[in-house]
Design a protein around this ligand. Structure first.
Ligand code: HEM
Length: 422
């Protein structure tokens, strides 16, 4: 069966000469851009880590992404088995993340996206620089009271109404309000930030992406300059005035860090929340379980994350080497398909089951290795507090009858999710 599906996506497009012919496929459908209406929207990728599927496939999609950004213009290896994905994320000798997320190159900027686009050992100094602001202890002390106040206020504002557009009016707003407070950005930039981010990540128009990049970088540079003159207690100011290994950060480092936090911090939690509530609305037994057993909420957050891997990450080969009987060439790009790895039956018993009591839930939604998501503790805390406060105030909810529940299994997620309760 797996083989049949594999045969149906084989393509005859010219691939680089070192790629065996039988491995060339079109996996464009698995990159999050094709919507479906399944309760578990990641189910269509399940077969990709089956025992009959070659450990490395080579993706030659009909539609290309911006080659300048992703490095995927000439096709890429696709990694779908848990252990292989783990290797790509953790083996820094063979796999590099240099130049990752450098959308800024599209307008001729040369600064790096820090820390994501920097390899070890250099990566370590930036990680050390930023990590204290995202540690669980810091989040508990400085952020949790505010997160809870924001989420309680938002839930209380809708509780009596009996309905909300969970994706547009709640998920899109809540984490961004927390993020803007953390960074010290002015609240009135909210809609503009989201519009810029949409045009950078999803517009599919080079002109729009370039205009958004010019807009956001001009804003961030102006904001950094302002914080240089008038420091405050927020994160952008701390980045600007801190010391990296005993010296002040350079202009390139400041914009590189602030820019990448801006990019990584805006819509990832929003997409996760929308999918989480869609899943609970379509599978009310999860609501009943969590309402009756709030002690399962921590495990549920981890399980929502595992079953909703909104991003898949890429790396490039640092040298020629052989892997699984295939010749890899320096510069080859690898895309790790987290929606396959997170359901690998060799690592997760009953992988498609939503099980908040699952032990050792080492999924890849925040990846693994040195670049593991810096905002993971913050994201988890936002999700946990939302669930805790939600179940105290909102009875069983469902999707508003007639509403469209089509979802993109990825960062695009779902734009509108009308929920109702009585
Ligand atoms: C559920 C929400 C989130 C998900 C699913 C997520 C996912 C990811 C993934 C997959 C990576 C690795 C990317 C790669 O290696 O190519 C990453 C890295 C990163 N994320 Fe997140 N993220 C989330 C929330 C956040 C938030 C809220 C922030 C900041 C406020 C953030 C900041 C970062 C940073 C700075 C990195 C780079 C880490 C490094 O290179 O050392 N993320 N995230």
């Amino acid at each position: 069966m797996d083989k049949q599906i594999l045969d149906s996506i084989r393509v005859d497009r010219p691939a680089p000469p070192h790629v065996p012919k039988g491995r060339v496929v079109d996996l464009g459908f698995a990159m999050g851009g094709v919507p479906n209406d399944l309760v578990d929207p990641y189910e269509p990728f399940e077969w990709l880590n089956g025992p009959d599927i070659p450990r490395l496939l080579y993706n030659m999609p009909a539609e290309r992404m911006h080659g300048a950004v992703s490095g995927m213009g000439n096709g890429n290896w696709v990694v779908t088995h848990y252990d292989d994905i783990d290797r790509v994320y953790t083996d820094n000798e063979h796999f590099s993340n240099k130049g990752a997320a450098e959308f800024q190159r599209l307008i001729g900027e040369t600064f790096r996206s820090i820390p994501l686009g920097v390899d070890p050992p250099e990566h370590g100094k930036y990680r050390m620089y930023l990590m204290p602001y995202f540690s669980p202890a810091r989040i508990s002390r400085d952020l949790e009271p505010r997160i809870r106040a924001v989420v309680v206020g938002m839930i209380e504002a809708i509780a009596a109404k009996g309905e909300v557009d969970m994706a547009w009016d709640f998920a899109r707003v809540y984490p961004v309000r927390i993020f803007m407070g953390l960074m010290g950005f002015p609240a009135e930039m909210f809609e503009q930030f989201l519009a810029w981010e949409w045009d950078i990540l999803h517009a599919n128009s080079l002109e729009k992406t370039q205009a958004a990049l010019r807009g956001v970088l001009a804003f961030l540079r102006g904001f950094i300059a302002e914080k240089e003159k008038t420091p405050d207690e927020h994160l952008v100011s701390s980045i600007v005035h801190g010391k990296i290994e005993g010296r002040a950060p350079t202009e390139e480092e400041k914009i590189g860090m602030v820019w990448f936090l801006w990019l990584g911090g805006l819509d990832t939690v929003a997409a996760t929340i929308s999918q989480m509530f869609r899943r609970m609305a379509l599978q009310p037994s999860i609501q009943t379980m969590l309402r009756g057993h709030p002690e399962l909420i921590n495990g549920a957050v981890e399980e929502f994350l595992r079953t909703q891997p909104i991003l898949s990450s890429a790396r490039s080969a640092t040298k020629d080497f052989e892997w699984h009987g295939v010749q890899i060439k320096k510069g080859d790009v690898f895309s790790c398909l987290n929606p396959a790895g997170n359901f690998d039956a060799t690592k997760f018993a009953n992988p498609r089951e939503f099980d908040p009591t699952r032990k050792g839930n080492r999924h890849f939604t925040f990846i693994a290795g040195v670049h593991a998501c810096l905002g993971a503790h913050l994201a988890r805390r936002e999700l946990r507090l939302l669930l805790e406060e939600w179940f105290k105030r909102i009875p069983e909810f469902q999707v508003k009858p007639g509403a469209d529940t089509t979802v993109f299994p990825g960062l695009l997620s779902i734009r509108n999710l009308p929920l109702v309760w009585s």
